[in-house]
Design a protein around this ligand. Structure first.
Ligand SMILES: Cc1cc2nc3c(=O)[nH]c(=O)nc-3n(C[C@H](O)[C@H](O)[C@H](O)COP(=O)(O)OP(=O)(O)OC[C@H]3O[C@@H](n4cnc5c(N)ncnc54)[C@H](O)[C@@H]3O)c2cc1C
Length: 218
């Protein structure tokens, strides 16, 4: 059992670029100039100005020509549950049906909370037990292992697992959708975990992909 005290992270696995180029902006420009048949205006350095103009005019569909794949690690199932609400995205997520969670249950705890602080629980039969977050997770793991021991398969024993359990997920989306996801999930109203991970990722993305995400503030 392991309690994670800090938010997970998103690692860029791939950014789609055009043939013979290493910048997604050139691909967006090449595709975007189809509209006015103005490919003859392409020269070194024009892609950046072109994408700025696209953004200023709100022609978001042109940004859909490039996409990015990110792997999220050490984030909770609560985080992935919020992420998969985004529908214009492709996902592949670690399966609790097939992965044995009894080997080392890893759970994300809010960083500003003490996982060892005792909590007094009043049970319906009148008894009281004092148990911390960490002890509860430990019992959870032991219950999972116990159920497996009496013959429950993984996909049934998983029913006792907490929302805080760590789950890896890979997400691919086009830039327009990434902009939408960042704007919703970096906002102060978002949950601390997804907000922390997305703000951190946005900083990395802005360094890797010029212009496209510049107006979004991590
Ligand atoms: C702070 C916060 C709190 C939230 N709280 C809750 C909650 O309490 N309960 C809850 O159920 N959800 C909640 N959500 C999830 C939220 O309702 C959305 O499901 C989620 O944010 C995905 O957003 P979206 O639909 O705009 O984006 P995406 O699914 O990523 O879609 C992108 C855009 O494509 C367009 N689009 C996609 N699908 C369609 C469609 N079928 N028809 C028309 N246009 C479409 C829309 O313009 C949409 O904005 C919350 C989200 C946030 C950020």
């Amino acid at each position: 059992m392991e309690i994670l005290r800090s938010p997970g992270n998103g690692e860029i696995l791939a950014v789609l670029v055009g043939d013979g180029s290493d910048s997604p902006l050139e691909l967006i420009e090449l595709a975007g100039r189809t509209a006015h048949q103005s490919a003859d205006k392409i020269s070194p350095g024009t892609a950046e100005a072109f994408v700025r103009k696209i953004l200023a005019r709100g022609h978001g569909s042109v940004l859909e020509h490039s996409c990015m794949t990110v792997r999220f690690r050490d984030c909770s199932r609560g985080f992935t549950h919020e992420l998969v609400r985004h529908r214009l995205v492709s996902f592949t997520q670690e399966s609790t049906r097939y992965v044995d969670e009894g080997r080392n249950l890893r759970v994300v705890c809010p960083p500003d909370r003490d996982p060892d602080e005792p909590v007094l629980i009043h049970l319906p039969d009148g008894h009281e037990v004092c148990v911390s977050f960490a002890q509860w997770v430990e019992m959870n793991e032991q219950m999972y292992i116990g159920l497996r021991g009496i013959g429950w398969n993984k996909e049934d024993a998983r029913q006792v697992l907490p929302t805080g359990i760590v789950a890896e997920i890979v997400m691919t989306a086009n830039f327009r959708e990434w902009r939408h996801v960042f704007s919703l999930r970096c906002a102060p109203t978002a949950h601390w975990e997804i907000r922390a991970v997305m703000k951190d990722l946005l900083k990395t993305v802005r360094a890797r992909v010029p212009v496209v995400f510049d107006d979004l503030c991590p």
